[in-house]
Design a protein around this ligand. Structure first.
Ligand code: DAK
Length: 261
């Protein structure tokens, strides 16, 4: 599958290793990468030889440091809402509803859209140097790819809101204690540990796992309007002066001064 600019896919004995490959930008998610991710997952869903998917970032520094701030800093409210909706459907929900296990292999920073991507996977293994957070409020935004819904599902409302309000990162041990990741291992053992986990799953029925994923998701999602509210509120953020100041400050490498109100 070398037709992709930002994604590398390697298949071996039932395991597909999907590597997001923009290491100079810490694998930040731009539209092209998200589009490619959609194509990769649609291909793997229909590929009978793939039983389990591992999703990771290139390099030893980052899983994904968020959505590409340069790209989204010029979006308006309508584009924000539209792209958030599109991203939910084409990538994050596709992964969450994927009928075979998807394991996020968190090899460094997983921030903003990067943590949201890791949370859309069915489980997460992390390296000891991994750092996770939702820094969106420091940019005048809210998490717009399901983070307001999936983080409280995984770690509870109080801890989730603390992470969102503080915009601070937590380390891998704290994430393990919160239940945000399933395992923490030294970085050099990360991929092997994730592969061992995948192999242990492959001894059981992948078809049954697909039904389990569907059932677990139904229990959490059906009747929930939270994602719709997030999409709308996320778009509204793009119309605020706080958003303009937050993203400009990042690009100019300075601290933001939010006008508020
Ligand atoms: N976007 C674009 N470039 C990024 C980036 C990002 N998110 N994160 C890092 N980079 C770039 C840096 O600008 C830098 O590029 P150069 O200056 O070298 O050209 C390069 O990657 C290396 O980063 P640093 O030099 O900053 O590396 P450090 O080790 O000093 O710091 C860091 C690592 C991860 C702490 C720092 O890079 C950082 O704070 N990164 C930004 C984290 C962040 O705020 N991420 C965004 C969260 S908000 C949307 C839906 C969802 C979202 C947006 C839109 N739509 C539907 C429209 C989600 C938003 C978010 O994810």
């Amino acid at each position: 599958m070398s037709q992709f600019q930002f994604i590398h896919v390697e298949k071996n004995q039932g395991i597909a290793l999907v590597t997001l490959n923009r290491p100079k930008q810490l694998n930040a998610l731009n539209r092209k990468l998200l589009n490619e991710l959609n194509q990769v997952f649609e291909g793997l869903r229909d590929d009978a030889s793939t039983k389990v998917v591992l999703l990771t970032g290139a390099g030893d520094k980052a899983f994904v440091a968020g959505a590409d701030i340069k790209e989204f800093s010029s979006f308006n409210g309508e584009q924000g809402t539209e792209l958030s909706k599109e991203g939910h459907m084409s990538v994050f929900n596709l992964i969450e509803e994927f009928p075979k296990p998807v394991i996020a292999v968190v090899n460094g920073f997983a921030l903003g859209g990067g943590l949201e991507l890791a949370m859309s996977a069915h489980l997460r293994v992390a390296s000891e140097n991994a750092r996770m957070g939702l820094p969106e409020t420091s940019l005048g935004l809210i998490p717009g790819y399901g983070g307001t819904q999936r983080l409280p599902q995984l770690i509870g409302k109080g801890r989730a809101l603390e992470m969102i309000f503080s915009a601070k990162m937590i380390d891998a041990e704290t994430a393990l204690g919160y239940g945000l990741v399933n395992q923490v291992v030294p970085q050099e053992e990360l991929l092997d540990s994730a592969k061992k986990l995948a192999e242990s799953f492959m001894k059981n029925s992948i078809i049954a796992m697909g039904f389990a994923i569907e059932s677990v998701n139904a229990g959490l999602l059906e009747g929930s309007v939270g994602y719709d509210v997030e999409v709308q509120a996320f778009g509204d953020c793009f119309e605020t002066e706080d958003f303009k100041e937050g993203t400009q400050a990042f690009l100019e490498k300075r601290k933001p001064e939010f006008p508020g109100a």
